[in-house]
Design a binder for this molecule. Sequence first.
Ligand SMILES: Cc1cc2nc3c(=O)[nH]c(=O)nc-3n(C[C@H](O)[C@H](O)[C@H](O)COP(=O)(O)OP(=O)(O)OC[C@H]3O[C@@H](n4cnc5c(N)ncnc54)[C@H](O)[C@@H]3O)c2cc1C
Length: 469
Amino acid sequence: MSRILPADGVEFGVTVPVLVIGGGAAGMVAALAAHERGAGVLVLERDALPQGSTALSAGLIPAPGTRWQRDAGIEDSPERFAADIVAKAKGEPDPAAVARVTQAVGPALEWLADRYGLPFSVVDNFSYPGHGARRMHGLPSRSGAELIDRLRGAVEESGIDVLCEAHVTALYADGPLVRGVEITRPDGSVEPVGCAALVLACNGYGGNRALVERHVPELADALYFGHPGNQGDALLWGEALGAATRHLSGHQGHGSVAHPAGILVTWATITEGGVQVNTGGRRFSNEAQGYSEQAALVLRQPDGIAWTVFDERIAAIARQFEDFRQAEAMGAVLTADTPAELARQMRIDADALAATLADTDRLKTEGGSDGFGRSFAGSAPLAPPYRAVRVTGALFHTQGGLVVDDDARVLDGSGAPLPNLYAAGGAACGVSGSKASGYLSGNGLLTAVALGRIAGSAAASAAREETSR
Ligand SMILES: Cc1cc2nc3c(=O)[nH]c(=O)nc-3n(C[C@H](O)[C@H](O)[C@H](O)COP(=O)(O)OP(=O)(O)OC[C@H]3O[C@@H](n4cnc5c(N)ncnc54)[C@H](O)[C@@H]3O)c2cc1C
């Protein structure tokens, strides 16, 4: 229920300077930033425990020029990162939006580490497709659950109020000026809460089947792997207030979700030299292009199923991820000493699989690209014991959204900022352009953390001005 109601005559029992809708990474970071600027902040979260898609993610955040990269001898810069983002999305994203987040994210991670003790480190033992430098940063468990737990801990220790089971079901506005929100509690009671500035941090519309059908029809029937509470409220409220929106068909898919286990299988299984085959035992794509666009390709295979095939050396790298360890613990990762035995366990044609793996090994030793355009340069041939996971394609989150400026203020159709509305994370238009293939690994948390900090700071300043009037 994403309604806009007239604010006229509404008695707000409580009014706070900065209201933040959503308790994922974007909302928590925005709240910390606004609080540091001296603003009173209230985070409203529909769930009993703030988690969002952030908790479901691998918690990996790309950032250039950080001290962790310097310590590891990795050369990088915001400009290099920006060039990678623009190249992946074929020039679609607004260069100003790309510059904004690539410049802000490194300092934001160092701020979270220094001020709130988040122990980031850089993933320096493998490269993500499309990134020209090793710049993915994560917490020790490499899980989004740890990221959101630590952010929530920082918010609580800072004394910031987080109201859970507070589903925002409407905004109160005078024209484009937001005066407050309506929250609906689990018992059905409703309550108006006033604000001077509002940060929309309630992610995109991946959980809203009708909006996915409209904007991302190729994944209308795909498994949605993100947080179900992300129903597109920010988009719907923004549109009703006259906000500009962009790239609504943009999204992150993933072509490697263990099925039926429902666990993400890291793409390192591919980048380190693994392949995907269909139930006929044959490859069907250049997997190295990226996991996002691979979702629709996997879904086009018989039964919407593929097998990710790799080996123990690659599994050892993948094991640094909690998700992968869980998939192994659940028995989703098959193991066999020969391709024939692996095929038997996969219940696919043994000759076809053996031929596919032999072709791949030949490419690895002889060089060159396969018929799909994939080069295996630098990858070792697969060696026993072999591994395989049955996977499907899924929608992770949407990347289109509200257009914002350098202060994360939501803009209207003419490019002018709405008076007191901010957006961060999946609520805002990302930097992935209009296609799945435009998603560069980490673009999701990039805009959550970078724009979250910008939005929180700017909303605090705006609230101060508003209350001093
Ligand atoms: C499986 C998976 C793996 C991923 N891995 C990565 C990764 O490694 N790196 C990366 O960069 N990105 C990754 N992503 C994407 C990343 O998770 C998201 O881009 C990011 O978490 C978005 O943060 P957010 O704060 O905008 O949204 P969320 O974390 O989803 O938070 C939004 C919150 O808003 C709440 N909410 C929604 N509507 C309302 C309402 N009306 N009232 C009150 N509360 C509301 C929701 O309950 C939710 O808690 C992954 C996504 C998935 C699904």
